[in-house]
Design a protein around this ligand. Structure first.
Ligand code: NAD
Ligand code: UDX
Length: 484
């Protein structure tokens, strides 16, 4: 029996290993983590992450050939294939702070693999985390310099799943990418991993490349995706200035088969744990290789994203007579996208901070985000990235207590509010009883839709003043232009 061990039971390690276990019943899969609460969550009825369809997959194979454990050393030592799926955040201090990937967790995982591996078992070590190009070379050095007779093959197998659709993406990936050394042993390792995925992924979707291409492809793919969002968001600002409608423009542009329709939805800005981190990492790598123009090109994708978030806040404040002081603002949605409870880099953090800076009182509702999480996110000292961020007040504990409420439904959030801001595209926000909300709000009542989930015409009929990203403006808003 082949044994797989995955180090890191997070958003990637958990779902990916659960799907491998489901599709490969003859393989034993153990997911290990240093975090006790994470592992006990995976072993309970309430999984530590919310992901549609995941409960079902885990229930089918947990205890059969899927296990979650904190016995990191034992399971890594026994495994034939070790996936490393630990977090690789942006460095917050020292060389490359604010851009470079922090490989502390990665390196400690690699050293631990070397420590616990014995010569009776050679190992394939798989980079699942997103890492800078050439990381495999560094890991190879750590492993071979500390080897106790064990032979290692390093593979790069970056993960392309998106949160909220992880199970669907894993069941039916656009591609599985495997990078390896171009030696007989390297090719053998690639083939061993290919055999795992071939249990359910069609052969022509499994791409084998050299190590550096696989590592760089992941960073490049995220940069291309984020670039599309910043492109459409840049166009959204021009739409508002001219009377064009960004949905119509994106639809027309995306119908060109060379461009394609997906990932052209204008929004209050992209969030999530990957895009910003991976682009900053790409920027840093370009700078290190003496390519400042290339670095500048990708940095602009983040600048437009920051601009989009601050533009939204400015629009809210300027529309409401240039002051939101002591006004209650309902915030619908805090997660960085629908169908996840993840709030890492969510645009809602910057928007709420911007509103609080202008002394608003915010009442937040998100179906999957807890009060504790919202408070942690808003109170957290954000790193002073090297790109301009205009929205970074430090929220004091008393401000958090007095001016931030987290409530259990949208109607409670909107009661006696002056405005509603929609920041996540949860399906339930499309079908709210907006008349009921209007009746319970101060007048004039505003809706600022950062996700284009409502029909502005219907809401205007009710009596709302409506702002929707990239849509033709109400006369009201035209009279009060936002200064970005
Ligand atoms: P995460 O923070 O949810 O999970 C990482 C886990 O690794 C944590 O539970 C942590 O406790 C554990 N860990 C850290 N060091 C460890 C060690 N030495 N031994 C054992 N456990 C250790 O992170 P994530 O979102 O799953 O991301 C993991 C990697 O995958 C990152 O490199 C990320 O860029 C990449 N990625 C993420 C996504 C996504 O959508 N979240 C998608 C594709 C790729
Ligand atoms: C992303 C990549 O899509 C995935 O392939 C990679 O493995 C990890 O990073 P994720 O961050 O989970 O996945 O979600 P994604 O669907 O890409 O959305 C990221 C952000 O962009 C969200 O805030 C989302 O709301 C926003 N977005 C997405 C838009 O604003 N417009 C779009 O058209 C698409």
């Amino acid at each position: 029996m082949v044994k797989i061990c995955c180090i890191g039971a997070g958003y990637v390690g958990g779902p990916t290993m659960a799907v491998i276990a489901l599709k490969c019943p003859e393989i034993e899969v153990v997911v290990v983590d240093i975090s006790e609460p994470r592992i006990s969550g995976w072993n309970s009825d309430r999984l530590p992450i919310y992901e549609p369809g995941l409960d079902d997959v885990v229930k089918q194979c947990r205890g059969r050939n899927l296990f979650f454990s904190t016995e990191v050393h034992r399971h890594v030592g026994e495994a034939d294939i070790v996936f490393v799926s630990v977090n690789t955040p942006t460095k917050t201090c020292g060389l490359g702070a604010g851009k470079a990937a922090d490989l502390t967790y990665w390196e400690s995982a690699a050293r631990m693999i070397a420590d616990v591996s014995r010569s009776d078992k050679n190992k394939i070590v798989v980079e699942k985390s997103t890492v800078p190009v050439k990381t495999a070379e560094a890991i190879e050095k750590i492993l071979t310099h500390n080897s106790r007779g064990v032979k290692y093959q390093i593979l790069s197998n970056p993960e392309f799943l998106a949160e909220g659709t992880a199970v669907k993406d894993l069941f039916s990936p656009d591609r599985v990418l495997i990078g390896g050394r171009e030696t007989p042993e390297g090719r053998e390792a690639v083939s061993a991993l290919r055999n795992v995925y071939a249990h359910w992924v069609p052969e022509d979707r499994i791409i084998a490349t050299n190590l550096w291409s696989a590592e760089l492809s992941k960073l490049a793919a995220n940069a291309f995706l984020a670039q599309r969002i910043s492109s459409v968001n840049a166009v959204s600002a021009l739409c508002e200035a001219t009377g064009a409608d960004v949905t119509e423009v994106a639809h027309s542009v995306g119908r060109d088969a060379r461009i394609g329709p997906r990932f052209l939805t204008a929004s209050v800005g992209f969030g999530g744990s990957c895009f910003q981190k991976d682009i900053l990492n790409l920027v840093y790598i370009c700078e290190c290789y003496g390519l400042p123009e290339v670095a500048g090109y990708w940095r602009e994708v983040i600048r437009i994203n920051d601009y989009q978030k601050s533009r939204f806040v400015n629009r809210v404040v300027s529309s409401m007579f240039n002051t939101v002081a002591a006004k209650k603002i309902a915030v619908l949605g805090f997660a960085f996208k629908k169908d996840t409870g993840d709030t890492r880099e969510t645009p809602a953090i910057d928007v709420c901070r911007g509103l609080l800076r202008d002394k608003a009182v915010v009442s937040i509702y998100d179906p999957q985000v807890t009060e504790e999480q919202v408070h942690r996110d808003l109170a957290m000292k954000q790193f002073d990235w090297d790109h301009p961020r205009h929205l970074q007040p430090l929220i004091s504990p008393s401000d958090l207590a007095n001016r931030v409420a987290v409530v259990h439904d949208a109607y409670e959030a909107a009661r006696e509010a002056h405005a509603v801001c929609i920041l996540t595209e949860w399906d339930e926000f499309r079908n709210l009883d907006y008349q009921r909300m209007f009746d319970a709000m101060h007048k004039p009542a505003f809706v600022f839709d950062g996700r284009n989930v409502v029909d502005p015409a219907k809401l205007r009929e009710i009596g709302f003043v409506v702002y929707a990203i990239g849509k033709p403006l109400d006369n009201w808003l035209k009279d009060m232009p936002a200064v970005a």
